[in-house]
Design a protein around this ligand. Structure first.
Ligand SMILES: Cc1ncc(C[n+]2csc(CCOP(=O)(O)OP(=O)(O)O)c2C)c(N)n1
Length: 351
């Protein structure tokens, strides 16, 4: 197509940016926590894939396997009084803030013990105590909610920030542009995080846009922005730290474009090789940019993590995930009355 530019350059090429991470400036303890969290997110999503294949999960699950570094890098810089909003692919956003794995599993299994009392499923996760104010599958709908939370945080004056996660597809909704405009005009403490995984459902960005870069929209609204390798947890952590610190200091919104890729199809456990012209070859190449492997390798090379310790961590995570699944399966289903009691808000009711 005429006029098409490749704004992301090398970041869009999975044969590049797959080297070992540069971790020398980072604390071993933080890196180990990040590695564990990425393993938990991946393990939990693999369990969800299994549960779907086994017919135990009835709700649609949008898996973000391959994209773990984004939520983990951003969340490393957040505190529980910050306000975070996700979308339809938000298991990682909820878990990286410390959301309960059992609560996630119980939710997708429709049990009362779920994080949304079994009424929401995979796309309506919530953990207010940890600052996860919810995910909503109406594409781009949570972006203005994050801006509203940013306005509230500014009025409260405690240095809290609001974060809105969304995909490259959501950037095609007008509300993103209205949200960027308002956040910029009112100088609100909002971090816009775009996980650019190139696809909106089944359509590649090359078939939808004249450029594969999303941060260009932030430029138009005079919002400082960075484009990073979204499969490098250290790069994401560093960029998010700069942006969140600016927001806490009252210096307004920022826009982080994290370039990544999802290993699974748009929804459910299959690879969806049918989704785009080159996904078949690209998927294999993108697995070379695996965020978990790259961090583990860097830690091993620096002597921060022995092969034995890594196996032990993987084993611990796997035991933890299996136990959470078994417990979640034991939860009760909600009463039928809950359909009306929990889905509609009644002002006069205590919850
Ligand atoms: C307003 C609205 N339009 C369309 C859809 C159907 N839909 C669900 S996800 C999706 C694609 C979203 O792509 P992106 O924002 O890039 O997120 P990703 O799935 O890549 O994580 C679409 C079109 C929807 N849920 N809401």
């Amino acid at each position: 197509m005429k006029n098409r530019i490749e704004g992301l350059g090398g970041l869009a090429d999975p044969q590049l940016f797959n080297e070992t991470l540069e971790i020398s400036k980072w604390k071993q303890e933080t890196l180990l926590q990040q590695l564990k969290m990425m393993l938990i997110i991946r393990g939990a999503e693999e369990k969800l894939a299994e549960g779907t294949v086994a017919g135990k999960i009835k709700c649609p699950c949008h898996l973000g396997i391959g994209q773990e570094a984004v939520a983990v890098g951003v969340s490393t810089n957040l505190r529980s009084t910050d306000r975070v909003f996700g979308a339809h692919r938000s298991h990682s956003h909820y878990l990286a803030l410390g959301g309960s794995v059992e609560g996630l599993f119980a939710e997708v299994l429709g049990r009362v013990t779920g994080c949304s009392k079994g009424m929401g499923g995979s796309m309506h996760l919530y953990d207010g105590a940890r600052g996860f104010m919810g995910s909503v599958p109406i594409v781009a709908a949570t972006i203005p909610l994050a801006v509203g939370a940013g306005l509230a945080a500014k009025m409260d004056g405690r240095g809290d920030v609001a974060v809105g996660y969304f995909g490259d597809g959501a950037a095609e909704e007008g509300v993103l542009h209205e949200s960027l405009n308002l956040a910029s005009s009112l100088n609100l403490p909002v971090l816009f995080v775009c996980e650019n995984n190139f696809f909106a459902s089944h359509l590649h960005i090359g078939l939808r846009q004249p450029s594969d870069s999303i941060a260009r929209f932030a430029e138009a609204h005079h919002i400082p922005n960075e484009v990073v390798d979204g499969n490098d947890v250290v790069a994401v952590t560093g960029a998010a730290a700069r942006m969140i610190n600016r927001a806490r200091r009252g210096e307004g919104p920022s826009f982080l474009e994290a370039v990544t890729y999802r290993w699974k199809g748009h929804v459910g456990p299959s690879d969806d090789i049918d989704v785009g012209v080159k996904r078949n070859q690209d998927l294999t190449k993108w697995k070379g940019r695996d965020p978990v492997r790259r961090l583990a390798k860097a830690m091993q090379e620096k002597g921060f993590l022995s092969a034995e310790r890594f196996s032990k961590v993987q084993e611990e995570v796997s035991t933890f995930i299996n136990a959470a699944w078994m417990k979640a399966e034991q939860g009760d289903f909600p009463d039928q009355a809950a359909l009306l009691d929990l889905v509609y808000f009644r002002k006069d009711e205590k919850r």
